[in-house]
Design a protein around this ligand. Structure first.
Ligand SMILES: *[C@@H]1O[C@H](CO)[C@@H](O)[C@H](O)[C@H]1NC(C)=O
Ligand SMILES: *[C@@H]1O[C@H](CO)[C@@H](O)[C@H](O)[C@H]1NC(C)=O
Ligand SMILES: *[C@@H]1O[C@H](CO)[C@@H](O)[C@H](O)[C@H]1NC(C)=O
Ligand SMILES: *[C@@H]1O[C@H](CO)[C@@H](O)[C@H](O)[C@H]1NC(C)=O
Ligand SMILES: *[C@@H]1O[C@H](CO)[C@@H](O)[C@H](O)[C@H]1NC(C)=O
Ligand SMILES: *[C@@H]1O[C@H](CO)[C@@H](O)[C@H](O)[C@H]1NC(C)=O
Ligand SMILES: *[C@@H]1O[C@H](CO)[C@@H](O)[C@H](O)[C@H]1NC(C)=O
Ligand SMILES: *[C@@H]1O[C@H](CO)[C@@H](O)[C@H](O)[C@H]1NC(C)=O
Ligand SMILES: *[C@@H]1O[C@H](CO)[C@@H](O)[C@H](O)[C@H]1NC(C)=O
Ligand SMILES: *[C@@H]1O[C@H](CO)[C@@H](O)[C@H](O)[C@H]1NC(C)=O
Ligand SMILES: *[C@@H]1O[C@H](CO)[C@@H](O)[C@H](O)[C@H]1NC(C)=O
Length: 610
């Protein structure tokens, strides 16, 4: 019996309970099977004695004749997570320990020039290195320039590299550092763990308390069948694997998540069909052992209660299924092939995670709705103080933000009022969602094309929700499993960019926006900066984002969903020709030989050249 079949019954039930009279109620009970009657009795007892006042509230719990109408288990406030033991070095693609293989090293440059000031965000607040690097020194370890005579590093036969094996060897060498629940990624043994709901051996719903922490994070690279992997892509992917997985002693695991777009055969029928699909997926040989395949049928099969499965609206659905089937990861970063880290990607992600872990929960959402601009407000401390002031020392969000449709799993705040907490709560706690850009009140975002797109909420468009574009986030297993449950059982759906932040806020899970450095193409355009700043936190009547929502277009930013500048930056850095009427990007430095050096940052989007 599908979800849709149950909806009319529920509406009948709802109407009956809302007092269209005993008559109707009685008719209902007599007309339906015993099951419905049981549900009714249950519902009446539940509604009468539960502490929730809204009729609509517990109904979803009956819609699937759920095993138990009891509220979900809530978390408690745990002590701060302890640091992992020291990292054990791993072998790189050249068969050497990375700790003593200069050919595998990226070589940062020491330039005696002042570092460019970011448009938003800060190096200091995140503890990011203010390093410079040339394109060659960044990517030569991963094959850039290997066909040139002057290439003075050991050459690698990339087709013979197995990135799955290298990552697992690295994890094995480091296994003692992790909790016993941490497991190597068994993709080579059991490639098709993802499967249809009617065939899978795993529970349809899993909860946060079904798992203990493994301290491992998956870096999920989203790609699709037919994608043409250019050398530039390969350099990027290899750098990501070496720097996140291998240089951190297995704290990260890079996975290629492949959308089998328009592949008409059934991929999950057998090991053979899966392997055949993998060969048809355009994934290069060196990456096959880290690839996981999915298709639309899988999403439709798992989420019949949701009427949209396309990536543009529901980019997290495959991630939810990954969390369900691969619970050995505490967190998952979602990336695509159009991101670039100009410095060590592992260190960058470490710093994002550190910042998020150390951030207090108090006003974390509020801080995420304003941009930290050093040129307008100075240090991050100044910025935080301004957000605190605009909230009068209190906070909009304190614990779960209650909506009628779900019961929160996050912990209770330690104090009744946020004003009584001295920015202690949540310090040392891993964030359930790390966003990479500013968050906004979705109800108020008139120019956001997805604003009115949501399903399965009893308050409809009045449901409080937030979105933080682009959908590049680190999301916890806990949060992804909660979204999964809401979609499977109740069809609750908000657009991609709103999914992790909104569910985190409703559940009372920790959200963090480490304000990473983002540059703008014209550093002297004050008007442009004012257009985004809007007077800052001091000019906000709510303390939750500026009152004014409109801002300039983000075309010239180094990280923004619609920007064009990163590709130009990348070209100028690599030494490709850039249009004559465009000035050489100000954030790059050039040495006497004309070599360009790039500051350390994360760029998006950089689409490969055809
Ligand atoms: C860096 O440059 C400044 C002047 O621009 C100079 O005074 C200083 O000695 C230089 N430092 C080094 C280490 O070269
Ligand atoms: C390799 O060449 C680069 C410049 O192309 C140079 O900076 C580096 O020192 C060279 N390394 C060795 C070991 O010769
Ligand atoms: C989590 O770890 C605790 C302590 O080792 C153990 O008692 C519990 O059974 C574990 N829970 C799960 C779901 O593995
Ligand atoms: C890939 O699959 C399609 C069918 O979906 C088929 O037409 C094509 O020949 C296959 N290509 C390879 C290389 O197997
Ligand atoms: C499972 O679901 C898939 C997709 O809806 C369907 O094609 C298949 O026949 C089902 N298998 C069984 C055993 O019901
Ligand atoms: C930042 O805060 C410090 C200490 O409170 C203060 O001295 C400084 O003027 C502030 N900077 C700006 C730009 O507001
Ligand atoms: C903070 O206090 C000021 C002055 O009393 C008030 O105007 C403002 O609305 C308050 N801000 C919040 C978020 O409550
Ligand atoms: C936050 O604001 C309140 C009220 O203005 C103030 O008493 C408190 O000292 C501030 N805390 C911080 C850390 O700035
Ligand atoms: C979000 O926007 C809506 C619509 O403008 C408004 O009613 C609501 O108060 C806002 N929420 C916050 C937290 O600012
Ligand atoms: C402060 O916000 C108001 C909207 O409430 C806006 O009109 C004004 O321009 C903002 N001030 C600055 C300095 O941006
Ligand atoms: C230019 O390149 C030469 C040869 O690689 C090197 O010796 C020299 O130090 C470089 N000059 C600068 C300013 O980097």
């Amino acid at each position: 019996m599908g979800f849709q079949n149950r909806v009319p019954k529920l509406q009948g039930l709802n109407a009956a309970l809302h007092g269209r009279g005993c008559l109707k109620l009685r008719r209902l009970v007599w007309n339906r099977q015993v099951l419905i009657a049981v549900v009714l009795v249950y519902a009446i007892i539940f509604l009468t004695f539960s502490r929730w006042s809204r009729w609509t509230l517990p109904l979803p719990y009956f819609s699937n004749l759920a095993p138990s109408p009891s509220p979900p288990r809530r978390m408690t406030n745990n002590p701060p997570v302890s640091p992992l033991p020291e990292r054990v070095p791993c072998f790189g693609p050249r068969g050497q320990f990375l700790s003593r293989s200069p050919d595998d090293d990226v070589r940062e440059a020491k330039l005696n020039i002042s570092y460019p000031m970011p448009f938003t965000g800060s190096y200091e607040a995140l503890g990011l290195d203010q390093s410079w690097i040339s394109y060659r020194d960044r990517y030569a370890p991963y094959g850039y320039g290997e066909d040139d005579e002057g290439y003075n590093r050991t050459r690698v036969d990339w087709d013979r590299i197995d990135w799955g094996k290298l990552q697992n060897e690295c994890f094995d060498r480091n296994a003692h550092r992790f909790p016993t629940e941490a497991k190597p990624f068994d993709n080579m043994v059991d490639a098709h763990r993802l499967d249809f709901r009617n065939r899978t051996m795993i529970p349809e719903i899993r909860q946060w308390h079904d798992f203990n922490s493994t301290r491992r994070t998956a870096v999920v690279l989203r790609v699709w069948r037919g994608y043409e992997y250019k050398v530039e892509d390969m350099h990027y992917i290899r750098s990501l694997i070496v720097e996140t997985a291998l240089r951190t002693g297995g704290e990260y695991q890079v996975i290629l998540l492949v959308d089998m777009k328009e592949y008409d055969r059934h991929i999950y029928d057998s090991t053979d069909t899966y392997q055949e699909a993998l060969r048809n997926s355009s994934v290069p040989p060196e990456l096959r052992s880290i690839a996981i395949l999915w298709d639309d049928r899988l999403l439709e099969n798992w989420y019949p209660a949701v009427n949209e499965h396309r990536t543009m609206w529901q980019v997290y659905q495959p991630m939810q299924l990954l969390a369900l089937h691969y619970p050995e990861f505490d967190h998952m970063w979602q990336f695509e092939l159009d991101i670039r880290f100009t410095g060590d990607a592992g260190k960058y992600l470490d710093r994002m995670g550190d910042f998020a872990r150390n951030e207090p929960r108090k006003q974390a959402l509020e801080r995420a709705t304003f941009q930290h601009m050093q040129q307008r407000i100075g240090s991050y401390q100044n910025f935080s103080a301004a957000v605190n002031a605009s909230n009068n020392g209190s906070a909009y969000l304190w614990g779960p933000l209650r909506i009628p449709d779900l019961l929160p799993i996050g912990p209770e705040p330690p104090t009744l009022s946020p004003a009584d907490d001295d920015f202690r709560w949540g310090v040392g706690e891993e964030a359930d969602v790390i966003v990479t850009s500013l968050c906004n009140n979705a109800s108020a975002a008139m120019s956001w094309i997805f604003r009115d797109w949501l399903f399965g909420f009893s308050d409809g468009l009045d449901t409080t929700r937030f979105f933080c574009p682009p959908a590049i986030t680190r999301t916890s297993r806990t949060l992804l499993l909660a979204v999964h449950q809401a979609q499977v059982q109740f069809g609750m759906t908000v657009p991609s960019e709103a999914t992790p932040p909104s569910f985190a806020v409703w559940h009372g899970l920790k959200l963090s926006f480490p304000q990473q450095p983002v540059f703008f193409e014209n550093p002297t355009d004050d008007e442009y900066m004012d257009g985004w700043w809007k007077g800052g936190p001091a000019n906000s009547s709510t303390g939750v984002g500026p009152d004014l929502l409109a801002h300039p277009r983000g075309y010239g930013l180094s990280f923004w969903w619609e920007t064009l500048w990163p590709r130009l930056l990348y070209d100028a850095w690599e030494g490709r020709e850039i249009p004559e009427d465009v000035p050489f990007p100000w954030i790059l430095a050039k040495d006497g030989n004309g070599t360009a050096y790039m500051p350390n940052m994360m760029m998006h989007p950089v689409k490969h050249h055809d």
